[in-house]
Design a protein. Structure first.
Length: 337
């Protein structure tokens, strides 16, 4: 197989940075023909989990940020924009790589200096995102829309650093995968599956299942039904209206940073019964709940008329963060649903 100039540059950078005895390069190791390619992609979680470390080779445009980190300088907004657009940050397989790895280092093309550990990168990115948010003077949701991939990277690495053997929910994975790019549509689902569980399903009936169906069946096999909180259209079959019909993406209704537990449920003939749900009585929203919402979301002051009502301001804040729900609200004593 003929290697591209980029693949050669990545291999050389990894050898310079860590001098590994063995290494895995997706461009070289993933088969190109079926069914070997699909079988390999469905086991990528295992591949990442067994790696002693991951070396991230950034493009030359992002190398400036590594230089600043080595010099104990923080990342500026310009560096964040460059890092946000780096192909490694935006690719689908970045998420399961970090979700399953044991250690992460950052290097760059034609860079002879020592690699930078992920903790140093995380600290700089977190600080820069916070400063950018303060300068904007807006609500607490803005970083998720301006730097969605970096925000996802920050949340993932925080989880990886602070949680031993983290068990992620499908919803957490969907949020982390939002906006990421893949060479083929099926890669998006196999990357999500690799972040959710290290091993593939062994059910022979799923050998020819479409990638979206494969991911949902994997979720169900581990007892997680949080994939239902998506924007996908629903199955029209009787009693199956809760189940998404997936074509090429499974997007969350709101890409909100969360480490929530997996959503347990029981599939009944006529419905899906979710477990551990919060039951709140309807009623007029309390002053305490109003103050909490305004403070937590940093809502702008209300204007005159209906357009300044609290539920409308909350909805606008959620829309700014990418919320894709219908927009109708239900008033409860403890807030709005």
């Amino acid at each position: 197989m003929e290697m591209s100039s980029r693949t050669i540059a990545v291999a050389e950078a990894v050898v310079r940075a860590r001098r590994p005895a063995r290494m895995w390069l997706d461009a070289l190791c993933v088969p190109l023909v079926e069914p070997a390619r699909t079988a390999c992609l469905r086991r990528m979680g295992e591949t990442f989990a067994h790696a002693s470390e991951v070396v991230v080779v950034l493009s030359p445009s992002s190398a400036r940020m590594l230089e600043a980190l080595r010099a104990s300088e923080g990342a500026r907004t310009e560096a964040l924009l460059s890092f946000e657009q780096d192909k490694w940050i935006t690719r689908a397989w970045t998420y399961p790589e970090l979700a399953n790895c044991n250690a992460v280092f950052f290097a760059a093309d034609n860079d002879s200096d020592p690699p930078v550990h992920v903790e140093q990168v995380l600290l700089s990115v977190s600080s820069a995102l916070y400063e950018h948010q303060k300068r904007r003077g807006g609500g607490g949701l803005h970083p998720h829309t301006v730097f969605p991939c970096l925000d996802s990277l920050e949340n993932l690495t925080l989880s990886w650093k602070t949680t031993e053997n983290p068990i992620r929910s499908a919803y957490t994975v969907m949020c982390g995968m939002r906006g990421r790019e893949s060479a083929a549509p099926e890669d998006h689902f196999y990357a999500m599956a690799s972040a959710l569980a290290a091993g593939p399903l062994t059910d022979d009936d799923l050998a020819a299942a479409p990638p979206g169906e494969y991911f949902m069946r994997l979720c169900e096999s581990v007892g997680d039904f949080s994939f239902v909180f998506s924007t996908a259209p629903r199955d029209p079959a009787s009693g199956r209206g809760w189940r998404p019909m997936v074509v090429d993406r499974l997007e969350p209704i709101l890409s909100w940073p969360t480490e929530r537990q997996r959503q347990r449920a029981v599939v009944n003939p006529t419905c899906l019964q979710l477990h551990d749900m919060w039951v709140a009585p309807r009623g007029s929203v309390s002053a305490e709940a109003t103050e909490l919402a305004e403070h937590r979301l940093r809502l702008k002051p209300a204007s005159d008329g209906a357009h300044g009502s609290l539920p409308r301001r909350i909805l606008q804040c959620l829309r700014d963060a990418g919320f894709r729900g219908c927009g109708h609200s239900m008033e409860l004593a403890e807030g709005f649903f």
